[in-house]
Design a protein around this ligand. Structure first.
Ligand code: SF4
Ligand code: SF4
Length: 441
Protein backbone atom coordinates (compact mmCIF):
# COMPACT_ATOMS: atom_id res chain seq x y z
CA UNK A 1 0.00 0.00 0.00
CA UNK A 2 1.21 3.48 -0.88
CA UNK A 3 2.72 5.42 2.02
CA UNK A 4 0.92 8.68 1.10
CA UNK A 5 -2.55 9.30 -0.34
CA UNK A 6 -2.14 11.21 -3.62
CA UNK A 7 -5.61 11.97 -5.05
CA UNK A 8 -4.44 15.08 -6.94
CA UNK A 9 -1.45 13.37 -8.51
CA UNK A 10 -3.61 10.38 -9.43
CA UNK A 11 -5.58 12.60 -11.81
CA UNK A 12 -2.41 13.13 -13.80
CA UNK A 13 -2.46 9.45 -14.70
CA UNK A 14 -5.74 9.77 -16.60
CA UNK A 15 -5.67 10.50 -20.31
CA UNK A 16 -3.87 8.77 -23.14
CA UNK A 17 -0.43 10.26 -22.59
CA UNK A 18 2.43 8.83 -20.55
CA UNK A 19 2.46 10.08 -16.97
CA UNK A 20 5.47 10.88 -14.82
CA UNK A 21 3.26 10.03 -11.81
CA UNK A 22 2.85 6.44 -13.04
CA UNK A 23 6.61 6.25 -13.60
CA UNK A 24 7.32 7.48 -10.07
CA UNK A 25 4.82 5.04 -8.56
CA UNK A 26 6.45 2.21 -10.48
CA UNK A 27 9.87 3.26 -9.22
CA UNK A 28 8.57 3.54 -5.63
CA UNK A 29 7.24 -0.01 -5.90
CA UNK A 30 10.52 -1.33 -7.35
CA UNK A 31 12.42 0.20 -4.45
CA UNK A 32 9.92 -1.10 -1.87
CA UNK A 33 10.24 -4.68 -3.20
CA UNK A 34 14.00 -4.38 -3.81
CA UNK A 35 14.13 -7.66 -5.68
CA UNK A 36 17.67 -6.87 -6.78
CA UNK A 37 18.78 -6.70 -3.15
CA UNK A 38 20.37 -3.24 -3.53
CA UNK A 39 21.91 -1.75 -0.39
CA UNK A 40 20.30 1.65 -0.76
CA UNK A 41 22.47 4.50 0.43
CA UNK A 42 19.57 6.95 0.64
CA UNK A 43 16.18 6.16 2.24
CA UNK A 44 14.43 3.29 0.51
CA UNK A 45 11.13 5.21 0.55
CA UNK A 46 12.61 8.40 -0.99
CA UNK A 47 10.42 8.11 -4.09
CA UNK A 48 7.27 7.57 -2.01
CA UNK A 49 8.12 10.70 -0.07
CA UNK A 50 8.75 12.51 -3.33
CA UNK A 51 5.18 11.72 -4.40
CA UNK A 52 3.97 12.82 -0.97
CA UNK A 53 5.69 16.20 -1.07
CA UNK A 54 4.46 16.84 -4.59
CA UNK A 55 0.88 16.10 -3.54
CA UNK A 56 1.25 18.53 -0.64
CA UNK A 57 2.60 21.21 -2.99
CA UNK A 58 -0.43 20.76 -5.26
CA UNK A 59 -2.73 20.98 -2.24
CA UNK A 60 -1.09 24.16 -0.93
CA UNK A 61 -0.50 25.70 -4.33
CA UNK A 62 3.16 26.35 -3.56
CA UNK A 63 6.43 24.48 -3.65
CA UNK A 64 7.80 22.67 -0.62
CA UNK A 65 11.35 22.69 -1.96
CA UNK A 66 13.39 25.40 -0.37
CA UNK A 67 16.47 26.98 -1.81
CA UNK A 68 19.05 25.97 0.67
CA UNK A 69 22.80 26.25 0.73
CA UNK A 70 25.37 25.44 -1.88
CA UNK A 71 26.23 21.80 -2.43
CA UNK A 72 28.79 20.43 -4.79
CA UNK A 73 31.82 18.27 -5.21
CA UNK A 74 35.40 19.22 -4.49
CA UNK A 75 36.96 21.46 -7.14
CA UNK A 76 33.75 21.98 -9.09
CA UNK A 77 31.43 24.98 -8.83
CA UNK A 78 28.62 23.41 -10.83
CA UNK A 79 27.03 20.10 -11.72
CA UNK A 80 25.06 19.64 -8.50
CA UNK A 81 21.88 21.51 -7.69
CA UNK A 82 20.90 21.58 -4.04
CA UNK A 83 17.33 20.62 -3.14
CA UNK A 84 15.98 20.51 0.42
CA UNK A 85 12.43 19.82 1.50
CA UNK A 86 10.85 22.29 3.95
CA UNK A 87 8.81 19.43 5.53
CA UNK A 88 11.57 17.01 6.59
CA UNK A 89 9.51 15.56 9.44
CA UNK A 90 6.66 14.60 7.15
CA UNK A 91 8.91 13.44 4.32
CA UNK A 92 12.28 12.38 5.75
CA UNK A 93 13.14 10.43 2.59
CA UNK A 94 13.51 13.68 0.65
CA UNK A 95 15.02 15.88 3.33
CA UNK A 96 17.92 16.33 0.90
CA UNK A 97 17.08 15.51 -2.68
CA UNK A 98 19.88 16.98 -4.77
CA UNK A 99 20.05 16.86 -8.55
CA UNK A 100 23.26 15.91 -10.34
CA UNK A 101 23.98 16.76 -13.96
CA UNK A 102 25.98 14.19 -15.90
CA UNK A 103 27.52 15.47 -19.15
CA UNK A 104 25.87 13.72 -22.06
CA UNK A 105 28.13 12.16 -24.68
CA UNK A 106 28.27 14.08 -27.99
CA UNK A 107 25.32 13.24 -30.21
CA UNK A 108 23.91 11.31 -27.20
CA UNK A 109 25.58 8.12 -28.28
CA UNK A 110 26.16 5.60 -25.54
CA UNK A 111 26.33 1.88 -25.09
CA UNK A 112 23.66 -0.02 -23.18
CA UNK A 113 26.41 -1.27 -20.86
CA UNK A 114 27.21 2.36 -20.01
CA UNK A 115 23.56 3.06 -19.24
CA UNK A 116 23.42 -0.03 -17.03
CA UNK A 117 26.46 1.14 -15.08
CA UNK A 118 24.95 4.60 -14.65
CA UNK A 119 21.59 3.30 -13.43
CA UNK A 120 23.26 0.77 -11.14
CA UNK A 121 25.20 3.58 -9.49
CA UNK A 122 22.10 5.72 -9.22
CA UNK A 123 19.93 2.95 -7.75
CA UNK A 124 22.63 2.38 -5.14
CA UNK A 125 23.45 5.97 -4.19
CA UNK A 126 20.40 7.92 -5.36
CA UNK A 127 16.67 7.64 -5.90
CA UNK A 128 16.99 5.75 -9.18
CA UNK A 129 14.90 8.51 -10.84
CA UNK A 130 16.52 10.01 -13.94
CA UNK A 131 15.61 12.48 -16.62
CA UNK A 132 16.92 11.52 -20.04
CA UNK A 133 17.74 14.24 -21.10
CA UNK A 134 17.38 17.60 -19.36
CA UNK A 135 16.82 20.84 -21.29
CA UNK A 136 20.55 21.42 -21.62
CA UNK A 137 20.95 17.84 -22.77
CA UNK A 138 22.58 16.36 -19.68
CA UNK A 139 21.63 13.04 -18.16
CA UNK A 140 19.91 14.19 -14.96
CA UNK A 141 20.12 12.23 -11.73
CA UNK A 142 17.21 13.32 -9.57
CA UNK A 143 17.52 12.99 -5.82
CA UNK A 144 20.37 12.11 -3.53
CA UNK A 145 21.75 13.20 -0.17
CA UNK A 146 24.78 15.36 0.57
CA UNK A 147 27.04 12.52 1.85
CA UNK A 148 26.57 10.62 -1.42
CA UNK A 149 27.77 13.41 -3.72
CA UNK A 150 31.52 12.81 -3.52
CA UNK A 151 31.00 9.05 -3.73
CA UNK A 152 28.97 9.38 -6.92
CA UNK A 153 31.45 11.85 -8.40
CA UNK A 154 34.34 9.50 -7.65
CA UNK A 155 32.65 6.52 -9.32
CA UNK A 156 31.60 8.58 -12.33
CA UNK A 157 35.03 10.03 -12.96
CA UNK A 158 37.20 7.07 -11.94
CA UNK A 159 35.17 4.03 -12.97
CA UNK A 160 32.97 5.34 -15.76
CA UNK A 161 35.28 7.98 -17.23
CA UNK A 162 32.36 10.35 -17.07
CA UNK A 163 32.28 14.04 -16.16
CA UNK A 164 29.58 16.13 -14.53
CA UNK A 165 27.77 18.74 -16.62
CA UNK A 166 27.46 22.47 -16.01
CA UNK A 167 25.02 24.32 -13.79
CA UNK A 168 24.89 27.80 -12.27
CA UNK A 169 26.59 30.82 -13.81
CA UNK A 170 28.94 28.93 -16.04
CA UNK A 171 29.17 27.27 -19.41
CA UNK A 172 26.48 24.61 -19.62
CA UNK A 173 27.22 21.24 -21.16
CA UNK A 174 27.52 21.85 -24.93
CA UNK A 175 24.92 19.93 -26.95
CA UNK A 176 24.85 18.86 -30.59
CA UNK A 177 22.90 16.97 -33.23
CA UNK A 178 24.08 13.65 -34.71
CA UNK A 179 25.82 15.54 -37.49
CA UNK A 180 28.03 13.73 -39.96
CA UNK A 181 28.11 10.60 -37.80
CA UNK A 182 24.75 9.64 -39.29
CA UNK A 183 23.20 12.45 -41.26
CA UNK A 184 23.64 13.24 -44.95
CA UNK A 185 22.66 16.87 -44.41
CA UNK A 186 25.55 17.65 -42.06
CA UNK A 187 27.66 20.61 -43.19
CA UNK A 188 30.27 20.00 -40.48
CA UNK A 189 31.12 17.44 -37.82
CA UNK A 190 29.06 18.73 -34.91
CA UNK A 191 30.19 15.87 -32.64
CA UNK A 192 33.83 16.82 -33.10
CA UNK A 193 33.20 20.53 -32.48
CA UNK A 194 31.06 19.77 -29.41
CA UNK A 195 33.75 17.47 -28.01
CA UNK A 196 36.46 20.04 -28.67
CA UNK A 197 34.62 22.94 -27.04
CA UNK A 198 33.70 20.77 -24.04
CA UNK A 199 37.38 19.97 -23.47
CA UNK A 200 38.70 23.39 -24.38
CA UNK A 201 36.44 25.20 -21.95
CA UNK A 202 36.59 22.84 -18.95
CA UNK A 203 37.35 25.72 -16.64
CA UNK A 204 34.34 27.70 -17.80
CA UNK A 205 32.19 24.56 -17.45
CA UNK A 206 33.17 23.72 -13.90
CA UNK A 207 34.12 27.02 -12.26
CA UNK A 208 31.34 29.61 -12.46
CA UNK A 209 32.82 33.00 -13.37
CA UNK A 210 30.18 34.31 -15.74
CA UNK A 211 27.38 36.82 -15.06
CA UNK A 212 24.89 34.03 -15.75
CA UNK A 213 24.48 30.76 -17.65
CA UNK A 214 25.92 30.36 -21.16
CA UNK A 215 24.91 27.68 -23.64
CA UNK A 216 26.54 26.40 -26.84
CA UNK A 217 24.53 24.22 -29.18
CA UNK A 218 25.49 22.81 -32.55
CA UNK A 219 23.14 21.99 -35.43
CA UNK A 220 25.12 20.66 -38.34
CA UNK A 221 22.57 21.97 -40.84
CA UNK A 222 19.72 24.51 -40.89
CA UNK A 223 17.15 21.76 -40.12
CA UNK A 224 18.10 22.49 -36.53
CA UNK A 225 17.43 19.17 -34.79
CA UNK A 226 18.67 20.54 -31.44
CA UNK A 227 16.89 23.88 -32.04
CA UNK A 228 20.10 25.74 -31.28
CA UNK A 229 18.72 28.98 -32.72
CA UNK A 230 16.14 29.14 -29.92
CA UNK A 231 17.94 27.43 -27.07
CA UNK A 232 21.49 28.67 -26.86
CA UNK A 233 23.42 31.85 -26.22
CA UNK A 234 25.69 30.83 -29.07
CA UNK A 235 24.46 28.56 -31.80
CA UNK A 236 26.55 26.98 -34.57
CA UNK A 237 24.38 26.14 -37.56
CA UNK A 238 25.91 24.32 -40.50
CA UNK A 239 25.63 25.98 -43.91
CA UNK A 240 27.38 26.15 -47.29
CA UNK A 241 28.59 28.99 -49.50
CA UNK A 242 28.49 27.51 -52.99
CA UNK A 243 25.55 26.21 -55.00
CA UNK A 244 23.08 23.49 -54.07
CA UNK A 245 24.02 20.39 -56.08
CA UNK A 246 21.27 19.42 -58.51
CA UNK A 247 20.85 16.04 -60.20
CA UNK A 248 18.45 16.96 -63.03
CA UNK A 249 17.65 13.31 -63.86
CA UNK A 250 16.63 12.69 -60.29
CA UNK A 251 14.53 15.90 -60.26
CA UNK A 252 12.62 14.55 -63.24
CA UNK A 253 12.16 11.19 -61.54
CA UNK A 254 10.43 13.03 -58.68
CA UNK A 255 8.33 15.00 -61.17
CA UNK A 256 7.35 11.77 -62.97
CA UNK A 257 6.37 10.23 -59.62
CA UNK A 258 8.88 7.41 -59.97
CA UNK A 259 8.22 5.04 -57.02
CA UNK A 260 11.94 4.98 -56.19
CA UNK A 261 11.81 8.75 -55.55
CA UNK A 262 9.19 9.34 -52.86
CA UNK A 263 8.64 12.98 -51.97
CA UNK A 264 9.38 14.27 -48.47
CA UNK A 265 12.19 11.74 -48.26
CA UNK A 266 9.57 8.99 -47.94
CA UNK A 267 8.49 10.32 -44.54
CA UNK A 268 5.59 8.56 -42.82
CA UNK A 269 6.06 5.34 -44.71
CA UNK A 270 2.77 3.97 -45.98
CA UNK A 271 1.06 7.39 -46.06
CA UNK A 272 -0.27 8.33 -49.48
CA UNK A 273 0.91 11.88 -50.12
CA UNK A 274 -0.80 11.91 -53.56
CA UNK A 275 1.04 12.75 -56.79
CA UNK A 276 4.11 14.93 -56.31
CA UNK A 277 3.69 18.49 -57.57
CA UNK A 278 7.03 20.30 -57.80
CA UNK A 279 5.38 23.69 -58.32
CA UNK A 280 3.18 23.42 -55.27
CA UNK A 281 5.42 21.44 -52.93
CA UNK A 282 8.80 22.91 -53.70
CA UNK A 283 8.88 26.09 -55.81
CA UNK A 284 5.92 27.79 -54.11
CA UNK A 285 7.27 26.97 -50.65
CA UNK A 286 10.77 28.28 -51.28
CA UNK A 287 10.84 31.30 -48.95
CA UNK A 288 12.78 33.48 -51.38
CA UNK A 289 11.15 32.14 -54.56
CA UNK A 290 14.58 31.63 -56.05
CA UNK A 291 13.80 28.40 -57.94
CA UNK A 292 12.45 27.75 -61.43
CA UNK A 293 11.50 24.54 -63.22
CA UNK A 294 11.36 24.97 -66.98
CA UNK A 295 11.93 22.53 -69.83
CA UNK A 296 12.57 19.73 -67.38
CA UNK A 297 15.39 21.71 -65.77
CA UNK A 298 15.46 22.96 -62.23
CA UNK A 299 17.45 26.15 -61.75
CA UNK A 300 18.27 27.85 -58.47
CA UNK A 301 19.38 31.44 -58.02
CA UNK A 302 21.85 30.51 -55.27
CA UNK A 303 22.66 34.13 -54.39
CA UNK A 304 19.09 34.47 -53.17
CA UNK A 305 18.82 31.09 -51.49
CA UNK A 306 18.71 31.37 -47.69
CA UNK A 307 19.75 27.71 -47.21
CA UNK A 308 16.46 26.91 -45.51
CA UNK A 309 16.73 23.21 -46.52
CA UNK A 310 13.11 22.89 -47.66
CA UNK A 311 13.83 21.81 -51.24
CA UNK A 312 16.60 19.45 -50.12
CA UNK A 313 14.37 17.84 -47.48
CA UNK A 314 11.63 17.35 -50.06
CA UNK A 315 13.78 15.92 -52.86
CA UNK A 316 16.84 14.51 -51.07
CA UNK A 317 17.82 12.23 -53.95
CA UNK A 318 17.93 15.14 -56.39
CA UNK A 319 19.32 18.01 -54.33
CA UNK A 320 22.33 18.08 -52.05
CA UNK A 321 24.01 20.66 -49.87
CA UNK A 322 26.99 22.41 -51.50
CA UNK A 323 30.66 21.47 -51.09
CA UNK A 324 32.02 24.68 -49.55
CA UNK A 325 30.77 23.99 -46.04
CA UNK A 326 31.07 25.65 -42.67
CA UNK A 327 28.72 27.17 -40.14
CA UNK A 328 26.93 30.37 -39.22
CA UNK A 329 27.20 31.67 -35.68
CA UNK A 330 24.12 33.14 -34.03
CA UNK A 331 24.04 34.70 -30.61
CA UNK A 332 21.68 35.77 -27.87
CA UNK A 333 18.80 33.28 -27.78
CA UNK A 334 17.14 32.69 -24.45
CA UNK A 335 13.95 31.42 -22.87
CA UNK A 336 11.76 34.13 -21.36
CA UNK A 337 13.41 35.86 -18.44
CA UNK A 338 13.15 39.63 -18.60
CA UNK A 339 11.90 40.52 -22.02
CA UNK A 340 10.20 37.42 -23.40
CA UNK A 341 11.68 34.60 -25.45
CA UNK A 342 14.29 35.57 -27.98
CA UNK A 343 15.76 33.78 -31.01
CA UNK A 344 19.45 34.04 -31.84
CA UNK A 345 20.66 36.88 -34.10
CA UNK A 346 23.07 36.17 -36.93
CA UNK A 347 26.56 37.37 -36.05
CA UNK A 348 28.88 35.45 -38.39
CA UNK A 349 27.22 34.44 -41.67
CA UNK A 350 29.93 31.93 -42.53
CA UNK A 351 32.97 30.59 -40.76
CA UNK A 352 35.11 27.57 -41.51
CA UNK A 353 34.90 24.67 -39.07
CA UNK A 354 38.46 23.48 -39.08
CA UNK A 355 39.70 20.98 -36.50
CA UNK A 356 43.24 21.23 -37.88
CA UNK A 357 43.78 24.69 -36.42
CA UNK A 358 41.73 23.93 -33.29
CA UNK A 359 38.70 25.75 -34.65
CA UNK A 360 40.59 29.02 -34.33
CA UNK A 361 38.04 31.10 -36.26
CA UNK A 362 35.32 29.95 -33.85
CA UNK A 363 37.20 30.24 -30.56
CA UNK A 364 38.25 33.80 -31.45
CA UNK A 365 34.60 34.84 -31.69
CA UNK A 366 33.68 33.00 -28.49
CA UNK A 367 36.45 34.56 -26.44
CA UNK A 368 35.90 38.11 -27.68
CA UNK A 369 32.23 37.80 -26.70
CA UNK A 370 33.03 36.35 -23.29
CA UNK A 371 35.53 39.17 -22.57
CA UNK A 372 32.82 41.74 -23.26
CA UNK A 373 30.03 39.94 -21.42
CA UNK A 374 32.18 39.25 -18.34
CA UNK A 375 33.21 42.91 -18.23
CA UNK A 376 29.86 44.53 -18.95
CA UNK A 377 27.17 41.96 -18.13
CA UNK A 378 25.12 42.61 -15.01
CA UNK A 379 24.51 39.86 -12.52
CA UNK A 380 22.07 37.35 -14.10
CA UNK A 381 22.12 39.09 -17.47
CA UNK A 382 22.17 36.70 -20.43
CA UNK A 383 24.20 37.60 -23.51
CA UNK A 384 20.99 38.34 -25.45
CA UNK A 385 19.97 40.86 -22.83
CA UNK A 386 23.35 42.58 -22.91
CA UNK A 387 23.08 42.82 -26.70
CA UNK A 388 19.65 44.42 -26.30
CA UNK A 389 20.94 46.83 -23.66
CA UNK A 390 24.15 47.94 -25.40
CA UNK A 391 23.19 47.28 -29.02
CA UNK A 392 24.21 44.90 -31.78
CA UNK A 393 26.62 47.54 -33.06
CA UNK A 394 28.57 47.25 -29.81
CA UNK A 395 28.74 43.48 -30.28
CA UNK A 396 30.22 44.03 -33.75
CA UNK A 397 32.80 46.39 -32.28
CA UNK A 398 33.92 44.00 -29.55
CA UNK A 399 34.17 41.04 -31.89
CA UNK A 400 35.86 43.08 -34.63
CA UNK A 401 33.32 41.84 -37.18
CA UNK A 402 32.47 44.22 -40.01
CA UNK A 403 28.79 45.09 -40.44
CA UNK A 404 27.21 43.07 -43.22
CA UNK A 405 23.79 43.07 -44.90
CA UNK A 406 22.88 39.84 -43.08
CA UNK A 407 23.07 41.74 -39.79
CA UNK A 408 20.14 43.94 -40.76
CA UNK A 409 16.95 42.55 -39.26
CA UNK A 410 14.64 45.08 -40.93
CA UNK A 411 14.95 48.41 -42.79
CA UNK A 412 15.66 51.40 -40.56
CA UNK A 413 12.77 53.52 -39.35
CA UNK A 414 14.86 56.25 -37.73
CA UNK A 415 16.18 58.92 -40.15
CA UNK A 416 18.97 60.08 -37.81
CA UNK A 417 22.41 58.58 -38.14
CA UNK A 418 24.85 58.59 -35.26
CA UNK A 419 28.37 58.99 -36.60
CA UNK A 420 31.40 58.48 -34.50
CA UNK A 421 34.31 60.80 -35.17
CA UNK A 422 36.72 58.03 -36.14
CA UNK A 423 34.16 56.43 -38.45
CA UNK A 424 34.25 59.41 -40.82
CA UNK A 425 38.02 59.55 -40.88
CA UNK A 426 38.21 63.14 -39.63
CA UNK A 427 36.28 64.23 -42.73
CA UNK A 428 33.49 66.03 -40.95
CA UNK A 429 35.97 68.20 -39.03
CA UNK A 430 37.61 69.16 -42.30
CA UNK A 431 34.18 70.00 -43.73
CA UNK A 432 33.35 72.19 -40.74
CA UNK A 433 36.66 74.06 -41.09
CA UNK A 434 36.05 74.53 -44.81
CA UNK A 435 32.47 75.69 -44.20
CA UNK A 436 33.58 78.19 -41.60
CA UNK A 437 36.30 79.47 -43.91
CA UNK A 438 33.88 80.20 -46.71
CA UNK A 439 30.65 81.08 -44.95
CA UNK A 440 31.38 82.47 -41.49
CA UNK A 441 33.73 85.35 -42.14
FE1 SF4 B 1 21.03 16.11 -39.65
FE2 SF4 B 1 20.76 18.72 -39.80
FE3 SF4 B 1 19.39 17.37 -37.97
FE4 SF4 B 1 22.00 17.66 -37.69
S1 SF4 B 1 20.48 19.32 -37.68
S2 SF4 B 1 20.85 15.73 -37.45
S3 SF4 B 1 22.72 17.60 -39.82
S4 SF4 B 1 19.15 17.20 -40.20
FE1 SF4 C 1 14.71 27.94 -51.67
FE2 SF4 C 1 15.30 27.00 -49.27
FE3 SF4 C 1 15.82 25.52 -51.40
FE4 SF4 C 1 17.26 27.72 -50.90
S1 SF4 C 1 17.17 25.87 -49.65
S2 SF4 C 1 16.40 27.11 -52.88
S3 SF4 C 1 15.73 29.08 -50.01
S4 SF4 C 1 13.78 26.14 -50.70
Amino acid sequence: MAKHETPLLDQLESGPWPSFVSDLKQQAEVRAKNEAGVEFQIPQDAVEDLLGVLELSFKHGRTHWKHGGIVGVFGYGGGVIGRYCDQPKLFPGVEHFHTMRVAQPCGKYYKTSYLRELTKLWDFRGSGVTNMHGATGDIIFLGTTTPQLEEIFYTLTHDLNQDLGGSGSNLRTPADCLGSSRCQYACYDSNALCHFLTNEYQDELHRPAFPYKFKFKMDACPNGCVASIARSDMSFIGTWRDAIKVDQDAVNKYVENDPGYPANAGAHKGKDWGPFDIEKEVLALCPTKCMKFENKTLSIDNANCTRCMHCINTMPRALRIGDDRGCSILVGAKAPILDGAQMGSLLVPFVEVNPENDYEAITEVIESIWDWWMEEGKNRERLGELIMRQGFQKLLEVTGIDPQPQHVAYPRTNPYIFWKEDEVDGGWERDVVEYRKHHLR
